[in-house]
Write a protein that binds this ligand. Structure first.
Ligand code: GRF
Length: 211
C-alpha cells in the first residue's frame, strides 16, 4: 500500500536577501520542530542568496521583481496569485524589503508574519540595531508579529531579548539578535499555525492549555 503523506500546513516565504531566517525555517522543518511545508520562496530581487538556499533544499523558489507591474497593487496581486496557486495558508516575511499593501493583507488576513530585529514597538523601520545602539538601550532583541497596514506595528506573537554590551558595534549586536531571530521565528510560525489563538485588541492570546 502506498503510504498517504501526512498533510502539513503550507507556508510561503518572501525574502529580499541573505535568507538566514528562511534557513532557520528550512532547518526547523527538516528537524521536525516545525510541522509545515515551505511551499514557495519568492524574492523581489534576483540576486537574493536566500533563493539559492531554498533551491538547495528542493523548494520552489523564484524572483518576482516589481518591474513590469504598474504599481504596488499590481505587484501585490501577482504575489497573491503565486501564493494562492500553491495553496499557501501563511505568508512569512523574512527580510522582505517592501511594504505590504492592502491587496496582500486582504488576501491573507492575520496570516502574514514578519520578523523585526528590535523589541517592538521600539525602533521600527530600517536599521533597527543601529537605532537601538545609538539610543543607548541596555536590552534589545527580536520580534515576530502579525503584519498590518502600519509598518512594524501588528500584534506581537513572540519576542526575545538580548543584552546590549558597552563594546557592541552594530554588527556584534545584530549577530546576537540574529541568533534569537532564528530561534523564535519557527516557534512563532508553529504558534500561529496551531490556530488556538485569538486577538484581544492588539494582544495575541493563546488558548489556555487543557487540564
Ligand atoms: C533580519 O535581521 C530580519 O529581522 C530583518 O531583516 C533581516 C533579514 O535577514 N527583517 P535574513 O535575510 O533572514 O538573513
Amino acid at each position: 500500500m502506498t503510504p498517504v503523506p501526512f498533510p502539513t500546513r503550507r507556508i510561503g516565504v518572501l525574502i529580499s536577501g541573505r535568507g538566514s531566517n528562511l534557513q532557520s525555517m528550512i532547518d526547523a522543518v527538516a528537524e521536525r520542530r516545525l510541522h509545515a511545508t515551505i511551499a514557495v520562496v519568492i524574492s523581489n530581487r534576483a540576486d537574493a542568496a536566500g533563493l539559492t538556499r531554498a533551491r538547495a533544499a528542493g523548494i520552489d523558489a523564484f524572483c518576482l521583481g516589481p518591474r513590469g507591474h504598474a504599481d504596488r497593487d499590481a505587484y501585490d496581486a501577482a504575489l497573491v496569485d503565486q501564493l494562492r496557486a500553491r495553496r499557501v495558508e501563511l505568508v512569512c516575511l523574512a527580510g522582505f524589503m517592501r511594504l505590504v499593501g492592502p491587496r496582500l493583507l486582504e488576501a491573507f488576513p492575520n496570516r502574514i508574519l514578519n520578523i523585526h530585529p528590535s523589541l517592538l514597538p521600539a525602533f521600527p523601520g530600517l536599521d533597527a540595531q543601529r537605532q537601538a545602539l545609538e539610543h543607548g538601550v541596555r536590552i534589545s532583541g527580536a520580534t515576530v508579529h502579525l503584519v498590518t497596514a502600519e509598518l512594524d506595528n501588528g500584534p506581537i506573537v513572540v519576542q526575545a531579548a538580548v543584552p546590549v554590551h558597552d563594546d557592541d558595534t552594530v554588527d556584534t549586536l545584530a549577530a546576537r539578535i540574529l541568533i534569537e531571530e532564528h530561534r523564535i521565528y519557527p516557534e512563532a510560525i508553529r504558534d500561529v499555525l496551531a490556530g488556538d489563538w485569538s486577538l484581544h485588541g492588539r494582544r495575541f492570546v493563546r488558548a489556555p492549555l487543557p487540564l
